[in-house]
Design a protein. Structure first.
Length: 84
């Protein structure tokens, strides 16, 4: 099967215990992911990121996630937080 690119948005909330990632939202395109990230912040999320990741789901091999945009008040290492 050919390589597929996924576009994902992850909104974040601020809690007493710090920053918490909400469930990721898959989007059909990069443009849609950027709009979803901005929309999440306008609806009350402290911040949101949009990223893309390409790979072959049949063999389970994926490349590194690439940040598309970061909206709101999020630390610089937010992508590393998700990988931990």
């Amino acid at each position: 099967m050919a390589e597929i690119t996924y576009f994902v948005v992850v909104p974040f909330q601020e809690t007493e215990n710090g920053l918490v990632a909400d469930q990721g939202i898959q989007c059909p395109s990069e443009r849609s992911a950027i709009a979803q990230a901005r929309g999440a912040v306008s609806k009350g999320a402290i911040g949101a990121i949009a990223f893309r990741r390409s790979g072959d789901p049949n063999i389970g091999e994926y490349g590194e996630a690439v940040l598309i945009c970061k909206e709101g008040d999020l630390p610089d290492g937010v992508m590393e937080m998700l990988a931990a």
